[in-house]
Design a protein around this ligand. Structure first.
Ligand code: SF4
Ligand code: SF4
Length: 268
């Protein structure tokens, strides 16, 4: 197995890296002795689709959802905005969505909750190389899922299919293209204005929709009528368009067409 672990985030550095096709044993259901133990005091990074689905689940505008349920840790070497699910301020630091019977947003639970006990990392961007994800198994003591008699063998591929991660990742493939973009090679960082642009378009989709339809955006960019109708009413279509537009706005790729004579301006 190639050693791809150099440069990994700290939380994955000492985890067991799965070889291609290697299996792991696991089960999780309300009968396990640790049921709900993992839904407290945990770092959950939200993806753009997580934020969108949880905002829709809670019936909140994406801005209100972000303000209420998320935090944005800042570190000096941060290359991209990070959106974390904020735990409650109680003695156990429980997830705001955990209930007696388990996850109350199960249908829309975040990517990281679906992945557990797997972790995933993308190797650093390299020009001309499509990054292949690598998978890890968390073997946390508090999680008894791998020691149950009824636990079954999974490969990363089988687990991801079972948790509907494959179709979710297809929706977010444009996000993966952004975060692993060759522009970031060598540790380059976006300036605060571009960071904000990326944050808004990826995570605050209702505000991005307002920007598209209530500013001069459509006078400045030439979009097909069908696409305009689609992004007006379909969240997933808008999210995919946001990923595409960001490649133009951040990296000057010709992913959207500027109208002739239109001045190039950016989301504020
Ligand atoms: S979102 Fe659901 S599965 Fe994820 S930590 Fe919260 S309660 Fe648990
Ligand atoms: S700790 Fe592990 S087995 Fe227990 S509820 Fe959480 S994921 Fe399931």
């Amino acid at each position: 197995m190639t050693d791809l672990t150099r440069g990994l985030p700290q939380y994955l550095a000492d985890k067991h890296q799965l070889a291609d096709g290697e299996s792991f044993t696991f089960t999780c259901h309300p009968g396990v002795p640790c049921f709900n133990n993992c839904c407290a005091d945990v770092n959950i990074v939200l993806t753009p689709l997580d934020v969108l689905q949880l905002a829709r689940h809670t019936g909140l505008h994406t801005q209100v959802f972000l303000d209420t349920y998320t935090s944005n840790p800042i570190t000096k070497d941060l290359q991209l905005p990070m959106v974390m699910l904020k735990m409650l301020d109680d003695d156990k630091k429980r997830c705001p969505f955990v209930g007696e019977q388990g996850c109350t947003v199960y249908r829309n639970r975040p990517w990281a909750c679906r992945m557990y006990p797997l972790g995933m990392a993308l190797p650093p961007a390299r020009a001309g190389v499509e990054p292949e994800p690598i998978f890890f198994v968390f073997e946390d003591d508090h999680c008894k899922g791998r020691h149950q008699d009824e636990a079954v063998d999974w490969t990363a591929a089988k687990w991801r299919a079972d948790q509907h991660l494959v179709e979710r990742d297809e929706i977010e493939i444009g996000f993966r293209d952004l975060v692993s973009h060759p522009w970031f090679i060598g540790g380059r960082q976006l300036d605060p204005k571009r960071m904000h642009m990326l944050y808004t378009a990826c995570y605050n989709l209702d505000t991005f929709r307002e920007f598209v339809f209530e500013s001069t955006f459509l006078e400045r960019f030439e979009l097909d009528e069908d696409l305009i109708e689609d992004i007006k009413t379909n969240d997933i279509a808008l999210l995919k368009f946001a990923f595409l537009w960001l490649r133009f706005a951040l990296f000057k790729e010709p992913t959207v067409k500027v109208r002739e004579g239109a001045a190039e301006r950016s989301v504020q």
